[in-house]
Design a protein around this ligand. Structure first.
Ligand code: PEP
Ligand code: MN
Length: 333
């Protein structure tokens, strides 16, 4: 149950609930003080200081639309994600060199991207694969932001690296392989940066939304959900983009939802259709891989778009936005 409390009452309400033998958390998100109790369990009668109580039916409570009817939007730097906008985060799978990331930042910005992505800490299936440049990669991202004004999104894999990554990043990505790393999700509750949360490729939609609930329950309401494809019986494409999950997440939660067409495609020929499908299903934006020379990329070489393909994608996104009566997010920098 969620108890929205009037200013100054949070600790009193929490203590009263705990005195009834019910576990309780106090969280301050979206400008509200909320005392949270486990789903289906909460105080019976009225309590002083409780302005509103929500007995949410799903296991995820804070992120549910039953609790908040309107859309929550999240700012990455000065870009608003959600709230009817379409935002595009673009860049290489991995940061590889200064030249590579600066050129990509300039070119995706010129084509209309809103933020720059690039991994410095890479979760690679093989221990022999390129593991990322680490802090050097973060510094290169910061240089690209300085030059282009694009805010940066980059992955954090390890709880111990959170302070380092937030020093450079405007938003931190949790990758599919860490989608249920609960210590990491809890730690990001107090990271002070928006969290771009991928769905694990073996996770149900409910598991994905509960991962978001972890971050919010631990104090951070700025979560963007990302559908990036799941593993199904069909391995024709790298993963199966679950467009239905995008529509469902938009209906069941108030958080912004993005589509990542690159990882399910696994091949640059299929990225544009999956990107358009994500937006048509209701996604608030895209997270897409772009590289100056994709065939020579150190990770995910087959699926990264060339600059020319990214320009083409942005043209199609603009046309689709018009048809959907939506607009591209504004860029300030
Ligand atoms: C990535 O964004 O490059 C990445 C590793 O994605 P995922 O965690 O979705 O596989
Ligand atoms: Mn990748």
């Amino acid at each position: 149950m969620l108890l929205v409390v009037s200013p100054g009452y949070a600790s009193e309400v929490k203590s009263r609930v705990e005195a009834m033998g019910i576990e309780a958390w106090h969280v301050r998100v979206w400008g509200m003080d909320i005392v949270v109790t486990p789903p289906g369990d909460g105080p019976k009668g009225d309590l002083p200081g409780v302005a509103a109580a929500y007995d949410v039916r799903s296991q995820y409570q804070l992120v549910s639309r039953e609790f908040r009817r309107g859309d929550t939007s999240v700012r990455i730097g000065d870009v608003e994600v959600g709230g009817g906008n379409i935002a595009v985060v673009a860049g290489p799978c991995s940061v590889e060199s200064e030249e590579q990331i600066l050129e990509t930042a300039r070119r995706v910005r010129a084509a209309g991207a809103h933020a720059l992505r690039g991994g410095a800490f890479k979760p690679r299936t093989s221990p022999y694969g390129f593991q990322g440049l680490g802090e050097e990669g973060l510094k290169l991202l910061a240089r690209a932001r300085e030059e282009t004004g694009l805010p940066i999104v980059t992955e954090v894999m390890d709880t111990a690296d959170v302070p380092l990554v937030v020093k450079y990043a405007d938003a931190v990505q949790v990758g599919a392989r860490n989608a249920q790393n609960f210590p990491l999700l809890k730690r990001l509750g107090s990271a002070g940066r928006p969290v771009v949360l991928k769905r694990g490729f073996g996770n149900t939609v409910e598991e994905w939304l509960l991962a978001a609930e972890y971050v919010v329950l631990h104090g951070n309401g700025d979560v963007i959900l990302v559908e990036r494809g799941i593993r199904t019986f069909d391995r024709t494409l790298r993963f199966t983009l679950d467009v239905g999950a995008i529509a469902y997440a938009k209906a069941a939660t108030h958080l912004p939802v993005m589509g990542d067409p690159s990882h399910p495609a696994g091949d640059r020929r299929y990225v544009v259709p999956l990107a358009l499908a994500s937006l048509a299903a209701g996604a608030d934006g895209l997270l897409v891989e772009v590289h100056p020379d994709p065939d020579r990329a150190l990770s995910d070489a087959k699926q990264q778009l060339t600059f020319e393909q990214f320009v083409e994608l942005m043209g199609q996104v603009s046309e689709l936005a018009r048809a959907l009566r939506r607009k591209l997010a504004e860029r300030h920098g």
